[in-house]
Structures are given as structure tokens and as C-alpha cells.
Design a protein around this ligand. Sequence first.
Ligand code: AMP
Length: 118
Amino acid sequence: MEDTIFGKISRGDIPTEFLYEDDQCVVIRDIHPQAPTHVLIIPRKPIPRLVDAGADDQALLGHLLLVAGRVAEDLGVGDAFRLVINNGEGGGQTVFHLHLHILAGREMTEGQLTAGLN
Ligand code: AMP
């Protein structure tokens, strides 16, 4: 697969502040925040899209969800946040290295489900 900006960031090739990191993932602030709190959980493994994950990624995917919950708590938004994965161009994905968005700090109503997250 092609390298992406998130591959470079997770390897440390592009210096970026990590709000959290471990051997499997890094967490950074989104460069164009769509909510007062908008961070990205990026696995170090460059899986392009969620549908490209396989059975051997099961533990990693579970880990990313656990990290999302912990990071949300650490950021003080554990009681009210939205977790988003865009999959494929039609799903609004623009960086083809799997990542989870944590969005918080604004009202998350039905009508805003996809607002601003292209
Ligand atoms: P998606 O549309 O789901 O692929 O999300 C990609 C997200 O990455 C967008 O919200 C962008 O604002 C964000 N983004 C792109 N480049 C960077 C970067 N260098 N640092 C932080 N966030 C970025």
C-alpha cells in the first residue's frame, strides 16, 4: 500500500505531539477540528480501511476502542463523545490509513451525524 501522512506521523517521521502512544497506536489532535475536542487514534500498523482489517487484527481493533475510551476520559469528555470511522471515499475517508475520530464538546444530534466530517 502507499505510505500516508498517518504512516509518517505514527513512525515519527513528521514530528507531531502525541496525546497518547503505545506500541500499537498513537493519538494526535486533528489538524482541522470539527468539534472543540477532535482527536485521532491511529494504529501504527498501516491498515488502509476498516474493511481491510483481518482476523489477525482483532486484538488491535479491540485495543483501539479501549484506547478511545481511556483517552476520552483523560480529555475530560468520557461522558459525552462520538467515535467515528470513515470507510472508503464514499464514506468520507480522505486518509487511507485506518483511524478513529473522537469528537466531543458540541451537541451531537442525529442531524449532525456526518456534519463536518468529510
Ligand atoms: P478521514 O476523512 O476520516 O480520512 O479523516 C482524516 C482526518 O485527518 C481529517 O479530519 C483531517 O483534518 C485530519 N488530518 C489530515 N492531515 C492531518 C495532520 N497532518 N495532522 C492531523 N490531522 C490531520
